[in-house]
Every structure is written in structure tokens, then in C-alpha cells.
Design a protein around this ligand. Sequence first.
Ligand SMILES: [Ca+2]
Length: 198
Amino acid sequence: MDTTRRLMAALGTAAVIFTGTAAAADADTAGRASGGVNPRTGGILADYNGRIIDLSQGWAGATVCMEQDDASVRCYDDVAEYRAAEKVSGLDSQPGTLDLSDCKDGYFCIWDNMGWVGYLHGWRAPGNKELADYGLRDRANGVANKRDKEGRLVDFRTFMRDPVLKVPAGHGDPDLGSRDDYPGGGHWRDKADKVELD
Ligand SMILES: [Ca+2]
């Protein structure tokens, strides 16, 4: 077999493997409801560009995901699309950037970068949200609580009590790395593993 044919054979094998993986992923999510759970991964399912994605396996190009009134989850390519679809003013922000105003009233939000920037996810309903199920474990760097009840960030630890950062209603922090209140010293950057909403 010459070099070209070896390469073609290798590509053919790769294509078959890729097709098989895609089919498995579709089987997990096809026909399932946005806001539901992928039983194989535990991941939260979201509606993104007309298909259902499993957030625990990556955001597939989305940058904003929001829980909806009906408990479904909807994701958007970018901030402009999100603001237009959900009627968010974005008045205090520069074009193309995320900011505090992108967390709507009634929502608890986390961003993966400090300064209200980066991947943004917001929740409305009370309950415990395991961030790994949303593809956001150890990633939160900004938080805002625009609900009327307390929210908390929790860091899972072994051999010690899980540290908890309380975020009262109406409060937030654009830079969890600047906080010095992590138990035993250190900061909250890239640490949160769970969101708890009263
Ligand atoms: Ca953690």
C-alpha cells in the first residue's frame, strides 16, 4: 500500500469512528426535552440552534444559556442574539461584551470570566444545580443574584466541610478571584461546583 492509500485508509477508519460517536450522541439527546437530563451523563439538555445539546459535554459553540419560565434551557451563539431573543437591554455594556445587565431580574447568574464576561448561565427556579451537569464545574469567576432569595456557591472538598459562599439577594461579585474569604485562605476563582438557590 503506498502512502496515499495508507492515508485514505486511515481517514476512512477515522470517519467511521466519528460517525459512530455522533450517532451515540444523537441517541442520547434526540427527542428529549430541553431542561431534561441525559440519563447516560447526567448532563442538562438545552435547546441550541434547533437541536438538543448536552451541556455537560460542552456548549457546542454557544456562549449564553438561560433557564426559561417553563424550566427548559435555551442557548445562544452570542450576546447580541441572546439580548434580542430575551429582550435584554445591555444598556451599560459595550457591543459584543457581556456584563451585569445580561443577568436579568429574577435570575441567578455565573460567568466563567471575571468582570461579567465569558460564558454566562442563568437560573430562575430554586434548587441545587450541580455545575458539572452544565459543563461549568470549577469555572465560575463572576456571580450575580437578581432573585429575591439567597443563593450559594459550594465547592466540593474531601476531608473538610464544603466551603460555601453566600450570595444574598441583590448582591454579586464580578471577580471571585479577588475575594479573601475562602475558608482557610485563598480565593473563589474557578472553584464552585454547585449552585444552591432558595
Ligand atoms: Ca471545585
